[in-house]
Design a binder for this molecule. Structure first.
Ligand code: ADP
Ligand code: MG
Length: 408
């Protein structure tokens, strides 16, 4: 597939299920490969034909914040959690998303199955991933992990107190113990044991020899799966629950939508995984035509999205160059809607805060191109026409403000 986007509230059991799914897929791929090999042996072709195995085996990948060393703090919007030099509260989260996007893009193909474990809570972000899969002609689906807010909160609280306890122990026991336990990256044996005990039973297909085979062709990503025991700060956790955008199976990008809840037992879990397998690699796998969404967008009243993206960002660059004061610095006010003189647009104006030095065309074009590249897949594109243009302008101005702030 195939891209399997796992989503759910913080500490709701996403990683647990994602790992189960990874193990399940790994075992099924092993079985599939063994069957193919058997068939080949039973029907020896007269001449060795390189096309006798028409489909190369699937490769399996596991991507998550922890495999990319992304900390929980990137989601923290509370002012106290921000380093002094960071102005935009969600800049670190944007960087994290870019890293995840890059990691998915690097491996995703019709023969690479990616299990993307994470919050994946923004619908525009899920839309972007869906477009990316479509671009490489591979299906995508969403696996929602359902757990009650209270239960998920309790998990985070338990992790917070475990962290507090560890910190106290380290303090008391002095540096020798500390060096053994370091930080969360190199989790040590006792913690892993504990995790295996608390983790619900693994769902596996077939005998373990299959898993071994499956591992052979699934790359070594499984080794990269780190422990995800790091808690969220309470305010960060609450805020993420508040910001969570439920998947909607009526939309293209959130479907097919599969759901597992905390209480689902092994049989139910397996039934859902079977369905996912079917959508990803089995009979139910759809033929994906790339760029259909772009074609559809052509018919939108506002015109082609990429064209609008170019037009609006060009317009903003042009206006900044025209209006910035010669001595640099200060602000430039831009209309929210193209072709309107500043001040007469609908809603308030957009404000670009310029850096100390005057900005030149090359610098602005560089930012513009980076922004265009980031948003080519579209984000929040349910908005069409004028609304899409307005959102793009607003988002590009936000991007420039962040960039100028970083430049100092
Ligand atoms: P997330 O990835 O959403 O932060 P985790 O998968 O790390 O959540 O799960 C949090 C904790 O809850 C872990 O200790 C895990 O063992 C436990 N857990 C998760 N799902 C279940 C479940 N379905 N049944 C029992 N315990 C679970
Ligand atoms: Mg997790």
């Amino acid at each position: 597939m195939p891209l399997i986007i796992v989503t759910g509230l913080p500490t709701s059991g996403k990683t647990t299920r994602a790992r189960q799914l990874y193990d399940y897929l790994s075992a099924r791929l092993g079985t599939q490969q063994a069957q193919q090999q058997q068939q080949q042996q039973q029907t020896p072709s007269p001449s060795p034909n390189p096309n006798s195995n028409p489909k190369p085996p699937y490769r399996l990948h596991f991507i998550s914040d922890s495999t990319l060393s992304i900390s929980r703090t990137v989601y923290d919007l509370s002012p106290a959690a921000l380093p002094a030099h960071v102005r935009s509260a969600n800049a670190s989260e944007k960087d994290a998303r870019a890293a995840v996007y890059g990691a998915v893009k690097r491996v995703l193909s019709p023969r690479d199955i990616v299990v993307l474990d994470g919050l994946n809570y923004i619908k525009g972000w899920r839309y972007q991933l869906y477009c990316e899969a479509k671009n490489v002609r591979t299906p995508s689906c969403v696996l929602q992990i359902g757990a009650g807010v209270e239960r998920a909160r309790a998990v985070n609280e338990a992790r917070l107190s475990a962290r507090g306890k560890r910190a106290r122990e380290e303090k008391e026991d002095g540096p020798s113990r500390v060096s053994k336990e370091e930080d969360g990256k190199n989790e040590n044996a006792p913690q892993q044991q504990e995790q295996q005990q608390t983790q619900p039973q693994k769902i596996e297909e077939g005998a373990s020899s299959h898993s071994q085979k499956a591992n052979d062709h699934s790359g070594d990503d499984r080794d990269n799966i780190d422990d995800d025991e790091e808690p969220y700060e309470p305010s960060n956790w609450e805020n993420l629950v508040f910001r969570y955008e439920e998947p909607n199976p009526m939309t293209r990008w959130d479907s097919p939508l599969f759901t597992l809840i905390w209480e689902d037992d092994e049989a139910q879990t397996r039934a859902v995984f079977d369905k996912i397998w079917d959508a990803v690699a089995g009979e139910g796998r759809k033929v994906v035509k790339p760029n259909q969404s772009a074609v559809q967008r052509d018919k939108d009243p506002g015109g082609d999205y990429l064209y609008v993206l170019e037009r609006e960002t060009q317009d903003i660059v042009k206006r900044i160059l025209e209006r910035q004061p010669d001595e640099g610095g200060g602000e430039v006010t831009l209309p929210r809607v193209n072709n309107n003189p500043a001040g007469s647009g609908e809603g308030s104006d957009l404000v670009v805060e310029l850096p100390g030095k005057k900005v030149g065309l090359p610098q602005l074009q560089r930012y513009r191109r980076a922004f265009v590249a980031l948003n080519r897949g579209g984000i929040g594109l349910e908005a069409v026409g004028k609304l899409a243009a307005e959102r793009l302008r607003e988002s590009f101005v936000g991007y420039l403000n962040d960039a100028f702030e970083k430049d100092g």
